[in-house]
Design a protein around this ligand. Structure first.
Ligand code: G4P
Length: 528
């Protein structure tokens, strides 16, 4: 394959994920995005939480019906002449470390904010993760069909709390029952909103130019007010700046309603125009460019099938360079062997012809029978390892205990393996024989117990434990580390891979420990 073919495939791609607080509208916006991407014909098929169905099953139905590959994990679709990969970020009960890690595998993020609520807790946490790579962020203020907060106040809150400058690209005209549409600041166009068309692509009425007399016909006396408001907004807010956006320092802001399917296309246009194509990535040896001919990629997520009939796991690999083709061979760097990608899953929407081919920015799913771990690198032969796919300090902790105490060895083995796989994290305090399971989302606890039972034949239960947070600790000076280990031994533990960690009963305790031991580094993430 010629270099220029690879280069054009790469420059055509956009790989992003959505960050939002539960209920802000991620599922609804995903559905509208797929509608624009022509991956589905009619909205309303993806969602159905109230009827007890999950989006997942709907997507699988869609997959069958439309003969396209749409799963909850990766959705690929064409838009605006580009090929877009949207990676799912589990958000409700299935929120987990995978959600965080997925954010390290994308090149940009869409932040969805419920404009009635503003910046919420989960969004703050997810934004923190995007900072690890200074990922460019596009913002969508959702639910303008409701009575929402003042747009200026919302942007101020984003700037204050999330420490990112806001550049409004569209500006809302009214809200709630009197939501009339938006003014596109860059296109100098007023786009009018019609209610009741959320299930399809709207036929929008566009008025060009803010001074257009047509606007007075449509908006009446409000047209004048809008002109004044836009003058103020232009004077007081940041202008969109592509360089600052790429550095993760400024976010373009769009307003609309996902439910009413209004404004989603403006946001998508911005995303495909401005968001970066697949970026180079660092390894322990060198930087890998996406247009290199040699294949390379890393595993950022392993999904275990909870169905006991199908015990296989799928390892999700983000391609960093070169081309994937069915049946190809690659080097599994950690185990030092060449492996064949026989039946990898690809996530193409529509374009059947090219199914079975994938490039940088794309995701492939490898069937995994235990040989693939999180963070694993695959290459065309080179021994190098991608960095920046970390473990994240858990936020929830429980002590795990056996029903049958004779099986302690089995339990330890199971927990260590599950922690290597990244399903959960294990901490073994220095001062006792407790086994502490740490997770980012509650569902992970259930997953662990059920997998321990089915795969390791041990029955375990949880007990509450007084741990609020954990940090991996390191120190360049072995003498100081020794001293710390003696002084803080009550709070020290080894994780699944025997790395030293500090487990704190409260955040205040952690803060004090950090103050007392300034030579010790406390890490919230840990590289594989
Ligand atoms: P999530 O994936 O981020 O958790 O959010 P989701 O899309 O499930 O949306 C959460 C709720 O907010 C849903 O209502 C959804 O219909 C509603 N919603 C999303 N976008 C908009 C919008 O632009 N305007 C308004 N008014 N509502 C919006 P629900 O009642 O919880 O669920 P359902 O009965 O609609 O399924």
């Amino acid at each position: 394959m010629s270099d220029s073919k690879i280069a054009s495939e790469v420059s055509n791609r956009r790989t992003f994920a959505i960050i939002s607080h539960p209920d802000a509208g991620k599922t609804t916006i995903t559905e509208k995005v797929l509608l624009f991407g022509q991956a589905i014909q009619k909205a309303g098929t993806v969602k159905g939480k109230k009827s007890g169905q999950h989006a997942k099953s709907d997507w699988m139905e869609m997959e069958k019906e439309r003969g396209i590959s749409v799963t909850t994990s990766v959705m690929q679709f064409p838009y605006g002449g580009r090929l877009v990969n949207l990676l799912d970020t589990p958000g409700h009960a299935d929120f987990s470390e995978d959600t965080y890690r997925t954010l390290t595998a994308v090149d940009s993020c869409l932040m969805v904010i419920d404009a009635a609520k503003g910046v919420e807790e989960r969004t703050i946490k997810l934004m923190e993760v995007t900072r690890l790579r200074d990922t460019p962020i596009v913002t969508f203020m959702n639910k303008l069909d409701r009575d929402v907060r003042d747009p200026v106040e919302l942007m101020d809150e984003v700037e204050d709390v999330l420490k990112i400058a806001c550049a409004p690209v569209t500006w809302p005209i009214g809200m709630g029952k009197s939501f009339k549409g938006v003014y596109h600041l860059l296109r100098d166009e007023v786009v009018l909103y019609h209610t009741g068309q959320g299930h399809m692509i709207q036929e929008e009425r566009v008025i060009s130019g803010i001074d257009n007399p047509e606007l007075d016909e449509v908006l009446g006396s409000y047209a004048g007010e809008l002109r004044d408001e836009i003058d103020l907004v232009k004077g007081a807010s940041n202008e969109f700046d592509h360089e600052l956006f790429m550095a993760g320092e400024l976010t373009p802001v769009f307003f609309g309603t996902a439910l009413g399917n209004f404004g989603v296309d403006h946001m998508l246009d911005g995303l495909v125009d401005w968001a970066p194509s697949p970026l180079p990535r660092e390894t322990d040896r060198r930087t890998v460019d996406p247009t290199e001919e040699g294949f390379s990629g890393f595993v950022f997520k392993i999904q275990a099938n909870m169905d006991p009939q199908h015990r296989d796991r799928v390892a999700f690999l983000r391609i960093v360079s070169g081309k994937y083709s069915q049946g190809m061979k690659a080097r599994h760097v950690r185990i030092g062997k060449e492996v064949r990608f026989a039946d990898a899953l690809t996530f193409m929407a529509g374009d059947r012809e090219h199914a079975g081919e994938a490039f940088a920015g794309d995701i492939i799913g490898l069937h995994n029978h235990g040989t693939i771990q999180l963070g694993d690198t695959f290459t065309a032969g080179e021994d190098m390892k991608f960095t920046g796919i970390p473990n994240f300090a858990p936020e929830l902790f429980r002590r795990i205990r056996l029903k049958d105490p004779l099986k302690t060895k089995q339990l330890q083995k199971g927990l260590i393996q599950l922690s290597e796989e990244g399903a959960v994290q294990l901490f073994r305090p220095m001062r006792n024989n407790d086994l502490i399971v740490g997770a980012v989302g509650v569902l992970q606890f259930d997953v662990v117990v059920s997998r321990l039972k089915s795969e390791y034949k041990v029955e375990a239960i949880y007990e509450p434990i007084n741990v609020a947070t954990a940090r991996w600790v390191t120190c360049d000076d072995p003498r100081k580390l020794d001293e710390f280990e003696r002084k803080a031994s009550d709070n020290l533990a080894l994780d699944g891979g025997d790395r030293l960690a500090y487990i704190a009963p409260t955040m205040v305790n952690l803060q004090l420990a950090q103050e007392r031991h300034p030579d010790i580094q406390f890490h919230k993430t840990r590289e594989h």
